[in-house]
Design a protein around this ligand. Structure first.
Ligand code: NAD
Length: 486
């Protein structure tokens, strides 16, 4: 398994690469080899002040001086450049996250590039309206940028989840500070390189690396930042909401999930088996919308579970840099320990382990690999049915009829996504309306498109990313009244 030599990466502020003012750094680890692959600067309050000043100067200066169409062209250019550099950026994504290069190169980086292409197209189509008010007035609205946006991003899809925020923010005329997760800062820094390469004016996009507890917190409290676009843990989201109240920042929160994947007895069972497997094991289960609760009708469950367990036992983990690998390493030691803890708890609480359950060695004696794991006979009260594990662990729960399936599916604090497998079109749409989640998949799982909104119900957060809906979160509306009385 080859890894890059140790590199040192700086902060990107006002189109300049700078070391952190305090001189501190954070190590980046390859979770598949446990090697240190880079050190990155750890930004402090003074660096944040500099980034905010640069972002604000660009907001009122060169960025606002461009026409919407020119802005859109630059946003699209970022997408094109990401694709031109897809091989090297995908490699970085795999090195710091542990996901297979197949996923980085074929899915995530192209999706991030497409997001910039999509929102670049929106830039000159964000319009106001004229309003038929009473009296002799011309009344119209302007849709203006919100200002300086901070994008706080987790470690599971480091480039894609940054793109979901940066692309609409820039298209609408905002300037941005990106803070990637400490474990996975390399592709956000590559995005900064791309921004400079395509000629984005200085200060429009800044990238600060550093810990969430200090740098993240300072961002949320900073009076010079107008909006926080956050993806991450529900607990962190709540803390951000509380801290952001003091400066009345606008916030959007994309948080955790415990998404149900419901198999009705009339489903195409082979398709449902594939959907149940990819639903939880794509991205090693470190996917906010992972189908981590499998709900199967009691009449077909034994047969379904036998086939599912056989299928999962055949899954092979491998070197994430090998193009043939489809299942990689968990993103960090901490994440591995979390998964191990949940598996132990599930066993203690009486769930039946039918596949996996242990740490894996791919022959190197290194890396945070964990077997794809399936539990049967999970009851809705068990810990693994209620808490987000954010790893490759599937909890299977049965149900007696459609009403019980819907009730059990909705019996969670979360509401990010849900799926139902059935050949009955009426039942499918009935269930889609009853499920409390921001995305419903019918006879499929884990499909996304930049044109379709994504976001949570309940404790999975609020606001929508992607699609035209995201534009609302990156603009504010101004009413203008003109007296036409003669
Ligand atoms: P996390 O909340 O620990 O960290 C996310 C980001 O917030 C990181 O950049 C971190 O440094 C920063 N941060 C941490 N504490 C902060 C604070 N007090 N103030 C400001 N910033 C802070 O989450 P994680 O462990 O990196 O990511 C996993 C979580 O993300 C899971 O719960 C998962 O479901 C969720 N997620 C949600 C979506 C979605 O779209 N809804 C997508 C991916 C991941």
């Amino acid at each position: 398994m080859t890894t890059a030599a140790i590199e040192h990466k700086k902060l990107f502020i006002d189109n300049q690469w700078r070391d952190a003012s305090g001189g501190r750094t954070v190590e980046v680890i390859n979770p598949a080899t446990e090697d240190v692959i880079a050190t990155v600067a750890s930004a402090e309050r003074g660096d944040l002040d500099a980034a905010v000043a640069a972002a604000r100067a660009a907001l009122h200066g060169p960025w606002s001086a461009l026409s919407a169409r020119e802005r859109g062209r630059l946003v699209r250019r970022i997408g094109e450049r990401l694709l031109e550099r897809a091989d090297d950026i995908a490699r970085l994504e795999t090195l710091h996250n542990g996901k297979p290069i197949f996923e980085s190169r074929q899915i995530e980086i192209p999706a991030a590039a497409e997001c910039f292409e999509y929102y670049g197209g929106w830039a000159d189509k964000v319009m106001g309206e004229t309003i038929p008010v009473k009296g002799n007035y011309l009344t119209y609205t302007l849709r203006e940028p919100v200002g300086v946006v901070a994008a706080i991003v987790p470690w599971n899809f480091p480039l894609l989840l940054a793109a979901w925020k940066v692309a609409p923010a820039l298209a609408c005329g905002n300037t941005v500070i990106v803070k990637p997760a400490s474990q996975t800062p390399l592709t956000a820094l590559a995005l900064a390189e791309v921004a400079a390469e395509v000629g984005l004016p200085a200060g429009v996009l800044n990238v600060l690396t550093g810990p969430g507890s200090s740098l993240g917190q300072a961002i949320v409290e900073h009076p010079g930042i107008d909006k926080i676009a956050f993806t991450g843990d529900t607990g962190t989201g709540k803390a951000i909401m509380r801290s952001a109240a003091d400066t009345l920042k606008k916030i959007t929160l994309e948080l955790g999930g415990k998404s149900p994947n419901i198999v009705l007895p009339d489903a195409d069972l082979d398709a449902a088996l594939r959907g149940a497997t990819t639903g939880i094991f794509y991205g090693k289960g470190e996917v906010c919308a992972a189908g981590s609760r499998l709900l199967v009708d009691r009449s077909i469950k034994d047969q379904f579970m036998e086939k599912l367990a056989a299928r999962v036992r055949k899954m092979v983990a491998g070197d994430p840099l090998d193009p043939k690998t489809r299942y990689g390493a968990l993103a960090s030691k901490k994440q591995l320990e979390t998964v191990q803890r949940y598996v132990a708890t599930a066993r203690q609480e009486g769930a039946a382990l039918v596949a996996g359950g242990d740490r894996l060695d791919i022959g190197t004696g290194k890396g945070y690999f964990f077997q794809p794991t399936v539990f049967d006979q999970v009851t809705p009260a068990m810990t693994i049915a209620r808490e987000e594990i954010f790893g490759p662990v599937l909890a299977t729960i049965d149900f007696a009829d459609l009403d019980e399936a819907i009730a059990r599916a909705n019996d969670t604090q979360y509401g990010l996504a849900a799926a139902v497998w059935t050949k009955d079109i009426k039942k499918a749409h009935y269930v889609a309306r009853k499920l409390q989640a921001g995305t419903i998949w019918i006879n499929t799982y884990n499909v996304y498109d930049t044109a379709a909104p994504f976001g949570g119900y309940k404790a999975s957060g609020f606001g929508r990313e992607m699609s035209a809906h995201a534009l609302e979160h990156y603009t504010q509306v101004k009413s203008v009244w003109v007296d036409l009385g003669m």
